[in-house]
Design a binder for this molecule. Structure first.
Ligand code: FAD
Length: 395
């Protein structure tokens, strides 16, 4: 027998849960389906298990999307403050870690529990372990063939996320549905992802893994991030690298300022006056991790001299070396470790107010499946909450 619901949402992740509870409170009969055994798995492991659930500084400029205006309406109608208010109503303690990033004091499970409790209060039915075999349009909505039988609904919401972390159940389902309905999907790539190095650089930085330092990373498009960079066994990571990776194209270089804010020429003058016989190595080790300085000396990239032996030209060369340290990454680690998927369902195809497909009434796309990706730091969950709410108000 065919089971009928007013609203069916596919994907019980961040966006799907928010959409479901919002629609449920409006009195809509909502069924939330997922093929996984457990809901909200990405929420559970996010932010190192503490879930960076939003950011105090949410603004449209922190999102990558082919239409930069698209996010404005949804972010304004369900903002970070609305989500924070929900977190506070549930008595969940949280703190700001850095740069406006809000994390649970306890665990990410608090956020999943909050959302499932709200879904329960709103009368949402949640059904896990359900494979969606096919979707078709009907005269008055949509029909789904699933491993648990046939379902019909007036409104169908696709909230199946992007391609990052296939281990956590990421599938291209949402993109396939869009293509089935001739909705344009913009090419997808891994975002917020570590860089791998070209073989020469890999050899150059052998043994530096674990070293972290504050930098300003700049992509060729001019976008900059001031955060930490981390050397790893495979390449470069750390928040500065993850952020800039979303603005990087294969073949491009990334420029790092390894001594942000330091007037190197001035610093050289001062320290040389104080300790003229100090080696450059020991002088630089006051500014940078010692192991990094030693390695750069070994490589012959820095002169093996005392400070008072440095010529004006040496100082100028060092100044530009540290402020414009350039790397051409070999690639990225890809979806295996990426936090987000760039690209996705073209926002030109969707209403920015409701997330409804312009040419397919009753069909909605929310969350990461849409061509919207945020910076590191709670921006992606906020997009999931905001876009989920926008659809939840109208489905
Ligand atoms: P998801 O949360 O991915 O949910 C999609 C759901 O759809 C899943 O439950 C999945 O099982 C289900 N699904 C998929 N395919 C099918 C199918 N074929 N049939 C049925 N169901 C299906 N963002 C932040 O803002 N802060 C963070 O701290 C943060 N940490 C992260 C850490 C990691 C390791 C990763 C990978 C991401 C992190 N992100 C973080 C990004 C954030 O998790 C995502 O942007 C967000 O979860 C997207 O929400 P969504 O609901 O669109 O998709």
């Amino acid at each position: 027998s065919v089971k009928q619901h007013q609203v069916i949402i596919i994907g019980a992740g961040a966006a799907g849960l928010m959409c479901a509870l919002t629609a449920g409170y409006r009195g809509r009969d909502v069924l939330l389906l997922d093929n996984a055994k457990q809901l909200g798995r990405k929420i559970l492991i996010s932010g190192g298990g503490r879930c960076n659930f939003t950011n105090q500084n949410i603004e449209p400029g922190a999102y990558l999307c082919s239409n930069p205006h698209f996010v404005k309406s949804a972010l304004a109608r369900f903002s970070q403050w609305d989500f924070i208010a929900m977190v506070e109503r549930h008595g969940i303690d949280y703190h700001e870690k850095t740069l406006g990033q809000l994390f649970c004091d306890g665990s990410a499970k608090d956020i999943v529990d909050m959302l499932t409790t709200e879904c329960d209060w709103a009368g949402v039915k949640i059904q896990l372990r359900t494979e969606i075999l096919s979707v078709a349009a009907t005269d008055d909505g949509y029909s789904l063939q699933t491993s648990e039988g046939e379902y019909r609904c007036e409104s169908l919401v696709i909230a199946t996320g992007g391609l990052s972390m296939p281990k956590l159940g990421a599938t291209p389902f949402g993109f396939r549905i869009a293509e089935q309905f001739a909705i344009k999907v913009l090419p997808t790539t891994a975002g917020l992802v570590p860089f791998t190095l070209q073989p020469e650089d890999k050899a150059r930085f052998e043994g530096l893994s674990g070293i972290s330092l504050p930098v300003i990373a700049q992509a060729e498009c001019g976008r900059q991030f001031r955060e930490a960079m981390l050397f790893t066994h495979r390449g470069l990571s750390g928040p500065a690298v993850l952020q800039i990776s979303s603005y990087w194209q294969p073949g491009q270089s990334v420029r790092f300022d390894l001594l942000p804010d330091l007037d190197f020429v001035d610093w050289c003058k001062t320290i040389t006056a104080e300790s003229p016989k100090l080696s450059l190595k020991n002088g630089l080790s006051r500014l940078l991790p010692k192991r990094l300085v030693e390695r750069l000396l070994e490589l012959g990239e820095l002169p093996n001299k005392n400070l008072n032996q440095l010529s004006k030209a040496d100082v100028a060369a060092l100044d530009s070396y540290f402020h414009c340290w350039q790397i051409q990454p070999g690639g990225t680690e890809g979806y295996r470790t990426a936090e987000v998927t760039l690209g996705g369902v073209d926002t030109d195809e969707l209403s920015s107010k409701t997330m409804e497909a312009k040419r397919h009434p009753g069909l909605y796309f929310i969350g990461e499946v849409v061509d919207v990706s945020g910076w590191l730091g709670g921006y992606n969950f906020q997009w999931a909450w905001s876009s989920g709410y926008a659809a939840g108000e109208v489905v």
